[in-house]
Ligand binder design. Sequence first.
Ligand code: ACG
Length: 454
Amino acid sequence: MIGYEIFVRSFADSNEDGIGDFRGIAQKADYLKTLGVNLVWLTPHFKSPSYHGYDIIDYFDTNSSFGSLSDFKAMVDALHEKGIKMVIDLPLNHVSDRHPWFKAAMNGEKPYVDYFLWAQPHFNLSEKRHWDEELLWHNRNGKWYYGVFGGSSPDLNYENPEVVQKSLEIVEFWLNQGVDGFRFDAAKHIYDYDIKEGRFRYDHEKNVAYWKLVMDKARQVKGSDIFAVTEVWDDPEIVDRYAKTIGCSFNFYFTEAIRESMQHGAVYKIVDCFQRTLTKKPYLPSNFTGNHDMHRLASLIQQEDQRKVFFGLLMTTPGVPFIYYGDELGMKGVYDSTFTEDVIEPFPWHASLSGENQTFWKAVRFNRAFTGVSVEEQLNREGSLLREVMAWTNFRKENEWLTNAWVENVGHNTFVVAYTVTDGNYGFRVYANIAGHNETFEGVHLKPYEVKIV
Ligand code: ACG
């Protein structure tokens, strides 16, 4: 399987309002097939007041700018017809502050008051998130509630069995609409506040037990065919704990290590990453080019030839690789926590940035017209990044055993990383040169930025 993250609003528009939608995605099923991906991760498509959709107002309804529930189902069918699976993003940790549950809770209505976390006298209300300066506790009309992702996204209280039950109903509902599985958003945050001590603390054990419940439910509805991938942005050893239960997890360290190695011009991080995250594991790692929470690959790695090496590493390593929409074109975008729109610019279908299916919901800042980035320009250009990515996805398809493979014998000099990939039956050794000069390693000669399979 090869995954592809689609930010719905930015991808393909079917009704000329500039906003990407379900019908647009269905109309572009052929592009996805040509690109060679067969698993789509759709960013949140539920009713929500924000551009990103991670704060949900109704879990059982779609965002009307993307289309209706029947448009959604028609999109899933259209993708299935082309052999493409669909997983939806499921933010269960929190809801929008406009969700009827939260509104009722603010009015003191039972049972909804117990759906959220309210401050107690011994809590430290000025505590901040450990990774930035955002506050965890928010005051509205004199009531203090917990929201790790900000005041507009109050956290649900999973100490309450009724909330757990509701979340299982949501899982069941969407599987019954035909989706093939989920990307579990913010998986380590379900239990991340120690009520006894009154401070932030991840309870990984409790989180994993919760996700086991969810997976049991999903398997009960869908059978063993279910595909789920978890988002745990943390050290590999912590990711392991969740991945074992869910079956697949995004490998953040892969993305970070390759980017860093390429920026520093030495492969040491890649070596450490491969040894820690790609050896034989009881789950599938999901290596990826980037996502909507990060700077775009092309904004960090300017050299296109180097990015081609990134795709080479991505497609020759185990698990389920994911491409962030537009990375196959070299789309740019710089992440800033206040302007995350800058990494989700409209996908450039046409050289002129206008025409059929083109989105234009926001003015582009990084991916301007006629800069050689569009699908139109790259499909017609021999040696383009898109054509190279297509060659790699094709290679991956011919080597499906790679999904269940692992990495052994990682060797290296400063610029070359070499590794054996095997599933016990098949195998090969890969040599990747991240430098702009010729290199020789283990007697293998490599041209600048060459990925060679031996
Ligand atoms: C998901 C979505 C994101 C979404 C939400 C909320 C969650 O992808 O788009 O926000 O629904 C944290 C969370 C993630 C979250 C990101 C944005 N992503 O854990 O679930 O924030 C450290 C922390 C991580 C943290 C990361 C952020 O440990 O927890 O992610 O920083 O940069 C090494 C370390 C690792 C460290 C990294 C980076 O890898 O091992 O620990 O991670 O370095 O330093 C959306 C919107 C938001 C909105 C929200 C409601 O995008 O704007 O506010 O919805």
